[in-house]
Design a protein around this ligand. Sequence first.
Ligand code: GCU
Length: 714
Amino acid sequence: MPVPTPEPAPDVHPAWLPPEAFRAVGSRHTLVAGDGKLVDTVVGEVERACAGHGGTVRRATDEPGARPADLVLALIPALPEADRRPGDAPDATAASGADLAAVHAAHVDLAAVRAAHVDLAGALGAEGFALARHGQVTVVLADAPAGLLYGLFEVVRLGDTAFGPECPVRVHRPALSRRMLDHWDNVDEHPVMGQVERGYAGGSIFWRDGRPRRDRARVRAYARLLAACGVNAVAVNNVNVHATEARLLTDRLDDVAEIADDLRPYGIRVHLSVTFAAPVVLAGLATADPLDEAVRTWWAETTRRVYARIPDFGGYVVKADSEGQPGPFSYGRDHADGANLLAEALAPYGGVVHWRAFVYNHRQDWRDRSTDRARAAFDHFAPLDGRFRDNVFVQVKHGPMDFQVREPVSPVIAAMPGTRLAVEFQVTQEYTGQQRHVCYLAPWWSEVLRYRPWGEGGRSVADVAADGGDLVAVSNVGDDRFWTGHPLAQANLYAFGRLAWDPALAPEAVLDEWIDLTFDPARSADPEMLRRTLHEVMDDSWRTYERYTAPLGVGFMVRPGHHYGPDVDGYEYTPWGTYHFADRDGVGVDRTRATGTGFTGQYPPPWSQVYESLDRCPDELLLFFHHVPYDHVLHSGSTVIQHIYDTHFAGLAEVIEMSRRWESLAGLVDPAVHARVSERLAEQLRCAQEWCDQINAYFHRKSGVPDVRGRPLH
Ligand code: GCU
């Protein structure tokens, strides 16, 4: 039975899957060979596309129709063997007679297709697929149903190109086997953090006021969008697990099962954030000590019940001993003890633990210059390398601090060769404009993924993650009609999935895909201008954001609490530990081994030397690693103070230009999208002006150094 495609409320924006994106597939004749739930989803997708665009779809097991197929989507095991040609009588072990009949109808010899790709059988894996052309027919082959689903979405992305001589024939396999989104969604609306912690797109699509939201069509539509960009796992609640959310593990498990049912047809497994104190808060045990026998039994039994209800459950996400969350430290145990406790409970079912490395002292004394928050994850976790069970993924934020607009790559990523690592990104724009500012983050993530911790010739961050680890990101989605508040922030969600599937993709190419799917430029009055303008607005928007906010890698300078807008000294004298040390002579954090906190020593060579050296440290990270005088000359030739002035004026000017360009798209894009983005750009401009004025005024007042160009500094 084909799975019907979800139909969310009509005002919900279709994001990158509008009906027009299916024109190429839906106007052709498709044959699907194979069985399985996800194959049913594929058939449902093609059926819906055909209903809108006039094509047809048949299953090989149906009565064969007369139409020759343009597209064959086939599980390799469902294809006829090469030694039985079309017309031969089927035998008991072979493909069905209907399969063979379909061969004629497809205009392609499926046995020959199978024979031509005999080397692929079994090599495509659980999610891979091959795209090929045989005569006039485009063929997608997969070993397993998920591969067909991803293959279909690749054909959708390619559009008409998939059906012509230019069709890029190749094998696709995801670089990372788990591509996961963490929702920081609360079940109860939190008095401070709201329904979604760090959410900038309305309420949660899963929860409202303590109950499941039950907009199941919306959740299914979300699953569909995620599958189309390659995401295959979702954690459905906040890493900060409060009282109600803790119960999702036990008496509220049905709520989780319902979400799992909605995500499953698109190949997405559900994970749950759990509290380490669960045995105490849910079962009244006296302790949550990971080495206590009763605690182990409780986790084993609780996990057994979870799998009895949700057999394909993915596993647990845990934030422990971090920002007030309970953890093994309370019992004198370490994080390996804690993670292994849960891993042991999950192992019999193939489940995994994502154990977050975001552990630091948030009650530090700002007077104590030896404590450095950047060091914390490495100091806690590197010594534990080799002690984690095989189904533990230590989940590391990509930078040592907290998703700032610019940070070095976390040294933890190079420090745990004996541990599976999940590298964590933040799609939700907590520190990058909160979905009020245009900030296309793929260039940033791509830099991180390509970074080579051991230097040129060594492995990249993407290689480390791909080697038994995975990629995780905090979702930016809410119940907003555009999903992400800012319609252009949809591109970040799309890009995360695509980069997790293939970290080598160029950010501009990913943006091209997103633009073509979302905006259908080919049908607009001026396709070239539409594409070009969207690139002009978005390609460099992350660097623009960097220019008008905290300079040269120093980070933060945001308003404490909500983290929006400038507040240079907001965290300077707080227990959270994010300081810039600006005085009348200079600015920056000395993290050298020679005179500072020693953080540079957490990197392997060559970076331990590069970052240590004032001469070799890259400009964009200078103030992260060094405290320098304002007249220090950067590699760019500018002084630090002049760089601050210049980049802030430049960033502001770029936002003005961005707004002007966006206005020129009126009439070329959906008016509702245009209006929403225009409204957000007005706020971005206001906020960028505020950043520019405050940062420049602050450093001018501290340093007394005038702008060589004589611009107003307030
Ligand atoms: C940031 C964010 C918090 C979040 C935390 C985390 O500090 O501001 O809201 O809980 O990251 O990643 O756990």
